[in-house]
Write a protein of this length. Structure first.
Length: 114
C-alpha cells in the first residue's frame, strides 16, 4: 500500500518509462526555537468565521507536535476551545490580553496586535 501512496507523488509528471522509480526527498525536521527566541503575535480575526471572533496566535517556529502542545496548554489555561494548524493557534473568543499574559509567563516574547 505504501507504493501506491498518491499524496507523496503530487506534482510528479507521468512517465511512460516502465523502469522509472520516483525518489522521495526526505523532509527536514524543523527544530523548535526556545521560548525566549520565539516572537509571537496575538491578534483577533473575524474573517470567514460567520462573524465569530477568534484569537489568532501566529509566528510560532517549530515542529507541529510542539505547536499542538502549546495549543493544548493555551486552551486549558484560557478555558476555551481552539485548534492549531499552519503554524498558528486559534482560540475561540477575544482572549488577547489573557493570551499575552499567559505566553509572557511561559517565557515567550509575545505582543498584542490589532
Amino acid at each position: 500500500m505504501a507504493e501506491n501512496d498518491w499524496k507523496k507523488r503530487l506534482g510528479v509528471v507521468y512517465s511512460t518509462n516502465k523502469d522509472y522509480e520516483y525518489e522521495y526527498q526526505p523532509q527536514e525536521e524543523v527544530q523548535t526555537l526556545p521560548p525566549g527566541k520565539q516572537r509571537l503575535l496575538v491578534g483577533i480575526d473575524r474573517r470567514n468565521r460567520s462573524g465569530k471572533t477568534v484569537t489568532l496566535i501566529s509566528g510560532f517556529k517549530g515542529s507541529p507536535d510542539d505547536l499542538s502542545a502549546l495549543c493544548k496548554t493555551m486552551k486549558t489555561k484560557c478555558g476555551c476551545g481552539g485548534s492549531a494548524k499552519d503554524g498558528e493557534i486559534l482560540l475561540q473568543g477575544d482572549l488577547r490580553d489573557k493570551a499575552v499574559a499567559i505566553l509572557t509567563a511561559m517565557g515567550y516574547n509575545s505582543k498584542r496586535s490589532n
